[in-house]
Design a protein around this ligand. Structure first.
Ligand code: NAP
Length: 308
């Protein structure tokens, strides 16, 4: 299985944090479905086996389910989440937030009723974007239900994190035990050349044999905007795009279990996968470490990225 997995955040709904020309894409449900099926087939043919979705990715779960049912693959690893509801309802140009967070036991029970249909290919079930403020890590009803699902289905239970305090969330989550057993097995985290403050805690988790999955490894496309001379030089040296350098930095500096691609087209996916064909030197990795922003700088800019 390749280290690169495919995320469906951009494939299951018409609007997301995109850097592409807005008018270049047919935003009908039918066109999105055809593109998602094509992307899933291409990804599988290229060796990708890990697929990440969520109820808030519009039709992401439904597309993944239909594709998995059609092919009945026994070697795919599907991951989904609970905790955000997609409310934009495919309305193009929707003005409010497209997804709403609710980390309650009721939301878990409601979304599990749909997501459980992804079993048995479903292997990872995650809290979507846990924060310290949402109180989800202290919600005993939620934690016990997740522990029960883990026991009954063999699912790996995961947590995904966002924001400037990811390191604190991860540390707190890693300590949680239910019935004497650590609850969380998978940690899906933002880490990339511009956001490296989770490095130490992620290294520690990996040492403890937890599965670390990296999301937003292209910083939602920000790595392409005013790229540093260093990244451009490395892209020329290895004859790849800036994306492949950013992926390779994540793989070589951290060695996580999976790095998610958020590709929307076959061309992007193939360019992302070029990261698997070379390695950075230690000197290059160290030089790329200098590109990190502070968590405050990184996440305040992240907040302003438009959905289109
Ligand atoms: N748990 C969570 O809260 C959470 C949050 C975010 C993401 N995720 C997961 O992580 C996955 C990846 O994250 P992401 O898509 O948000 O961020 P990302 O991978 O950091 O960035 C995707 C962006 O990179 C651009 N891109 C990719 N390959 C390119 C190429 N070869 N050339 C030019 N542009 C390229 C895309 O452009 P276009 O705009 O042109 O497509 C898109 O804007 C998601 O699908 C999802 O599964 C989870």
């Amino acid at each position: 299985m390749t280290k690169i997995g495919l995320g469906l955040a951009a494939l299951g709904r018409p609007e997301y944090i995109n850097i592409r020309d807005e008018n270049s894409v047919d935003k009908s449900i039918q066109a999105f479905k055809e593109n998602a099926m094509c992307m899933l087939n291409t990804a599988y043919d290229l060796g990708i086996r890990y697929f990440d979705t969520a109820p808030s990715y519009g039709k992401g779960e439904a597309f993944l389910q239909e594709w998995q049912n059609q092919h009945q693959y026994t070697d795919t690893l599907l991951a989904t989440k609970w905790g955000y509801t997609y409310v934009a309802n495919w309305k193009i140009g929707y003005k409010g937030p497209h997804e709403i967070k609710e980390h309650s036991i009721d939301k878990l029970l409601e979304q599990w009723q749909v997501s459980k249909n992804l079993l048995p290919a479903l292997k990872v079930y995650q809290i979507h974007s846990a924060t310290l403020e949402s109180g989800v890590l202290e919600n005993q009803k939620v934690l016990k239900k997740l522990a029960l699902l883990k026991k009954e289905t063999g699912l790996l239970i995961g947590i995904t994190s966002s924001g400037p305090h990811q390191d604190l969330i991860l540390k707190e989550a890693a300590e949680i035990k239910i019935g004497g057993v650590y609850l969380f097995d998978v940690f899906q985290v933002t880490y990339n050349v511009l956001s490296q403050n989770t490095f130490d805690v992620l290294k520690q988790l990996i040492q403890e044999n937890k599965k670390v999955v990296i999301k937003e490894c292209l910083a939602n496309g920000r790595v392409f905007q005013n790229p540093s001379e260093l990244i451009c030089k490395l892209a020329r040296k290895y004859n790849v795009g800036i994306d492949a350098i950013a992926f390779r930095f994540v793989i070589d500096s951290l060695n996580p279990a999976i790095v998610l691609s958020g590709a929307f087209s076959e061309k992007q996916l193939k360019e992302n996968l070029k990261a698997l064909d070379f390695s950075l030197t230690e000197e290059e990795i160290n030089a790329l470490k200098s590109l990190t922003l502070t968590p405050k700088e990184y996440w305040s800019k992240r907040k302003t990225l438009a959905w289109n």
